[in-house]
Design a protein around this ligand. Structure first.
Ligand code: AOF
Ligand code: ZN
Length: 331
C-alpha cells in the first residue's frame, strides 16, 4: 500500500457522506475507480434499498475496465442477496481485477466472505487498509451490527463552574463560535440524528441543524431532529415543527398521551407512538425501517439532564463530549 491509497480511501469516505440521511440503517459507502493514479469514476450508496456503491459506479462507467484498474471502496464488497444482488458478482462479471477496501463488513452475512468470494474468482484484494477510521465513520452501522442499537454520543455544554442553565432554568449560552463550528462539523453532521427532551425545546427553542458548517459546505446535510415528548406537549410554535423542514423532525410520544397529532403530521412532522418511552424500545424502533422511514444508525443526545440520565441508566452511551465555555450572552 502506498500513501496515495489512503487518499483514494478518503475520497471514498467523502463521497459516501452524500448518502447520509437517506441510507437509513445501511452503511455509508463510496467507491472510486483508479487508473494510472487518477480517479476515473465514482459511485455511492444513495438510498436504503437502492443499489450499492459499486454497481452505482459500474453503471455510470460504461467503458471497458482494464486489468490494472483498481476499485477502492470503504467497506468490503457484499456477497449476499439482500434487497439488492451481491456486489462481488457484479465486480467479477464486469472484469474488475483489483480491489482495495477500508474495513471488513460487520454484517455476519458478509464479514470476510465478500473478500473470499473475490479472491476465489482470481481478484487481487488488498485490505482492510484503514479499519479504525472506516469503522469510526460508519460507527452507526457498526453499532447496529455489533450492539443491536444505534451509536449514541452524549453532548453537554457547560461553564467552567459546571453550570448548564441559568438559575431560573432559562437558556444560557456558553460555547464560542469556534466550539459551535466544531460540534456542527464533527458531531451534528457526522451523526444521523440529534435528540433532545421536550423541555429543551420549551426553554431553548433550538433549530438543531448544521448551520455553522453549511455556510462553508453546502453539501452538509441536516440531521433528523428527534424530540422525546411523552405527554405530547410540544408547542406548535416551536422552531423544529414550524420552520421550512418539518419532515426533519420526529416526535416520540406515548399512547398514554391520548392526544391527537394531526396538526403535526399535516405539517409533515413525523410522529412515533410507543407504548412507553423506554430507551431500549426507542432504539429498537429507530433501527426498524417502516414506510418512508429508513431508520437511523447514530444519535447525538444533546440534553437536557433528564434525557442524558435516561440514556446513561439504560447503559446506552458510547461516548460523551463536554464542551466547556464561559457565560456569554445569547445572540
Ligand atoms: C457494499 N456496498 O454500497 C453497501 C453495502 O439489503 P441490501 O442489498 O441493500 O444489503 C445491505 C447490506 O449490504 C448491509 O447490511 C451491508 O452489509 C452491505 N452494504 N455493501 O458492498 C454498499 N451499502
Ligand atoms: Zn453490495
Amino acid at each position: 500500500m502506498d500513501m496515495h491509497d489512503l487518499d483514494f480511501l478518503y475520497s471514498c469516505l467523502a463521497i459516501a457522506e452524500r448518502g447520509r440521511g437517506t441510507t437509513g440503517i445501511n452503511p455509508l459507502v463510496g467507491a472510486v475507480l483508479v487508473r494510472d493514479g487518477k480517479i476515473i469514476a465514482e459511485g455511492w450508496h444513495e438510498e436504503y434499498g437502492g443499489p450499492h456503491a459499486e454497481p452505482m459506479l459500474l453503471t455510470k462507467f460504461t467503458s471497458k475496465i482494464w486489468p490494472t484498474d483498481r476499485l477502492f471502496v470503504n467497506i468490503e464488497p457484499c456477497c449476499h442477496q439482500g434487497k439488492t444482488p451481491p456486489c462481488t458478482d457484479i465486480l467479477i462479471k464486469k472484469g474488475v481485477k483489483k480491489v482495495v477496501f477500508g474495513m471488513f463488513d460487520p454484517n455476519p452475512l458478509v464479514r470476510g466472505k465478500g473478500v473470499a468470494a473475490l479472491r476465489k474468482a482470481g481478484v487481487e484484494v488488498i485490505g482492510p487498509i484503514a479499519s479504525e477510521l472506516c469503522r469510526r465513520r460508519n460507527r452507526g452501522f457498526v453499532s447496529i451490527m455489533e450492539q443491536g442499537r444505534p451509536w449514541i454520543t452524549l453532548k453537554k455544554a457547560q461553564t467552567i463552574m459546571g453550570k448548564i442553565a441559568n438559575d431560573d432554568g432559562s437558556r444560557l449560552c456558553m460555547t464560542s463560535p469556534v466550539q459551535n463550528e466544531w460540534s456542527h462539523t464533527y458531531l451534528r453532521s457526522r451523526l444521523d440524528a440529534i435528540l433532545v427532551g421536550v423541555q429543551t425545546i420549551v426553554t431553548d427553542n433550538p433549530q438543531l441543524n448544521t448551520r455553522f458548517v453549511q455556510e462553508k459546505n453546502r453539501e452538509v446535510k441536516n440531521p433528523l431532529r428527534i424530540v422525546l415528548d411523552t405527554k405530547l406537549s410540544i408547542p406548535l410554535s416551536a422552531t423544529v415543527v414550524s420552520d421550512s423542514t418539518p419532515e426533519k423532525t420526529l416526535i416520540v410520544t406515548t399512547v398514554r398521551s391520548g392526544k391527537t397529532f394531526d396538526e403535526l403530521t399535516e405539517r409533515g412532522v413525523k410522529v412515533l407512538v410507543l407504548p412507553e418511552v423506554s430507551i431500549p424500545k426507542l432504539c429498537q424502533a429507530l433501527i426498524t425501517p417502516q414506510g418512508d422511514f429508513n431508520g437511523i444508525s447514530s444519535i447525538l443526545v444533546e440534553g437536557g439532564p433528564k434525557t442524558w440520565d435516561a440514556f446513561k441508566e439504560a447503559g446506552a452511551v458510547d461516548e460523551e463530549m463536554v464542551l466547556v465555555g464561559s457565560e456569554v450572552s445569547c445572540n
